[in-house]
Design a protein around this ligand. Structure first.
Ligand SMILES: [Zn+2]
Length: 62
């Protein structure tokens, strides 16, 4: 019989595979997934720090 107590493990937010709580890269299953997540954050901050070019929009409006 198999115990289904998943208290000490969670799913990797990137690839959804089971990740033990004592994993070095927790909550990620691997350094690869951790890097992917980091890349997402970098991408997000690009979007935030990049200003919307109102001038361009105004010039484009007739
Ligand atoms: Zn993963």
């Amino acid at each position: 019989m198999k115990q289904t107590t998943n208290q000490s493990s969670t799913k990797c937010p990137i690839c959804k595979s089971e990740t033990p709580a004592d994993n070095e890269q927790y909550p990620f299953c691997s350094s690869r997934c951790k890097t992917i997540d980091l890349g997402r954050w970098v991408d997000e901050s690009y979007k935030i720090t990049r200003p919307i070019e109102h001038r361009d929009l105004e010039e484009g409006v007739d």
